[in-house]
Design a protein around this ligand. Structure first.
Ligand code: ADP
Ligand code: ASP
Ligand code: MG
Length: 443
């Protein structure tokens, strides 16, 4: 087995108990030379993730609200970990620096949020006896905030070559003037994949709190089975559609370098977890590989007689959306109708004006709005070669009393997406799971 890059998520870095588990995992294989860590996550139900506290701190500071108590809670959490682990990395000093940045207005939200990973990596590096390698200056963004893949790869490769063993903070990098910039939430997965590519790892291990990628979100289907092997393609569809275990953008660097990703459980290291690779030979067993979904969509239905004969109609819709900087998720269409499926977060404060513009500029017969919609993706390489999958899927939803508002099937034929009302979201996932997977082969 060659070199391994291991990324440990927030639950794995939550406290001294979890970090001791990291140490025993790292020490059990000397090939685990580069470790990427998240900020401490929840220690128990109802606990706070450090990153959430740091964003809260940033918004307090931004609104000139008192933040001292919150600052103290975060500081004490790290001081407690430093003393529990018996290391001395100068946490008190680090908080003097953070406080100064807060007081002088130099602390951006990205900078504050990044301190979770930064301090976590400092503590874990000292505890493992590994070098600490900061990712500011190595994970590189342009001045406009565009992520620079190749520059990052070169900078990381050059730096890692100088260290036999190192711990790196996930989640952030920097722009050319040196200011910190973070990825989106869950972005430590991306840093892990970048480090794996730069180091030429044999495997990118992603250690979390579940024994692999499960066929459905365990918060909805508690008995969801683990997937032993899945292709990058299928995983990307599932991650993009809401299976939050791995950041969707963590797949690209690993796929580019042909490095398999292995999702593992820090709390059950004996489990082999899920292997993700380019191999898309359909596994035996269930026709579908997994189900994922996302709440919080709006569907705008536009109806116009003879729409399909009207050249440039879709173009006009798209250009109005562009004026509002609103991206669309899907555009299923019929002869006289087109539906626009849009994530709610892009419509905040714009929906009323957007509809008004559509009414003015499209000459539509009617425009209908379906708010509180959810999308559910049923994904699997084997679906293309099996007849009747869609019929079975729609039958299951119908039997469960779920009204399907939208259907879209990707041209890859490995993904069927349905739009349902959010009140039916969990019932729909349960119905699909039980029909294709629940306790049988799914044939
Ligand atoms: P980490 O802190 O290790 O990065 P995350 O919270 O980002 O972990 O991801 C792990 C969580 O993802 C699991 O605890 C689980 O609740 C959730 N999850 C959602 N969908 C799935 C899925 N299909 N398979 C496994 N876990 C899933
Ligand atoms: N700590 C960051 C977050 O909670 C990044 C990560 O954990 O991957 O989003
Ligand atoms: Mg995560």
């Amino acid at each position: 087995m060659g070199l391994l890059v291991a990324k440990f998520g927030g639950s794995s870095a939550a406290d001294g108990i979890q970090i001791r588990k990291i140490r025993s995992i790292v020490e059990s294989d000397p090939n685990r030379r580069y470790i990427v860590v998240s900020a401490p996550g929840k220690r128990f139900d109802g606990d706070n993730k450090v990153t959430d506290l740091l964003y809260l701190l940033a918004s307090h500071a931004d609104h000139n609200a008192p933040y001292e108590q919150l600052f103290q809670v975060i500081k004490e959490r790290f001081l407690g970990m430093e003393s529990d682990l018996g290391v001395a990395v100068g946490i008190a000093n680090e908080f003097i620096i953070i406080e100064k940045a807060l007081k002088t207005g130099a602390a951006s939200a990205d900078y504050l949020a990044s301190r979770g990973e930064y301090l976590s990596a400092k503590l874990i590096a000292a505890f493992l006896g590994f070098d600490f390698v900061d990712t500011a200056g190595l994970v590189l963004f342009s001045g406009k905030g565009k992520f620079l893949y190749e520059d990052t790869n070169a900078a990381l490769a050059k730096e890692l070559a100088k260290h036999e063993r190192a711990v790196l903070p996930g989640f952030y990098g920097s722009v050319p003037d040196g200011s910190v910039k973070t990825f989106s939430r869950g972005g430590s997965d991306i840093t892990g994949a970048l480090a794996a590519r730069a180091a030429g790892a044999a495997v990118y291990e992603n250690w979390t709190d579940v024994s692999g990628f499960l066929m459905a979100d365990p918060r909805i289907i508690p008995e969801a089975k683990a997937i032993s092997h899945i292709s990058y393609k299928e995983l990307r569809e599932l991650s993009y559609m809401g299976a939050s275990v791995l950041h969707e953008n963590a797949i690209y660097p690993a796929r580019l370098a042909g490095i398999p990703i292995n999702i593992r459980n820090t709390n059950a290291p004996e489990d082999s977890g899920t292997f993700i690779s380019a191999d898309d030979t359909p596994a035996e067993g269930s026709v579908i590989t997994g189900i994922a979904g996302n709440r919080d969509f709006t569907v705008i239905g536009i109806y116009k007689n003879m729409m399909s004969n009207e050249i440039g109609f879709i173009k006009r819709i798209l250009s109005i959306l562009e004026d509002y900087s609103v991206p669309i998720e899907h555009i299923p269409s019929g002869i006289d109708t087109v539906s626009l499926v849009i994530a709610n977060k892009f419509l905040e404060g714009k929906l009323g004006d957007l509809i008004e513009d559509f009414e003015k500029k499209l000459g539509a017969d009617s425009i209908e709005l379906f708010e509180d919609m959810s999308l559910i993706a049923t994904v699997g390489c084997r679906m293309a070669s099996h007849r009747g999958v869609a019929a079975k899927l729609f039958g299951a939803l119908c039997k469960a009393g779920v009204n399907i508002r939208m259907i879209d099937q990707g041209s890859s034929e490995m993904n069927i997406i349905v739009g349902v009302e959010t009140k039916d979201f969990e019932v729909a996932i349960r119905a699909i799971y039980d029909t294709f997977i629940g306790g049988q082969s799914g044939e």
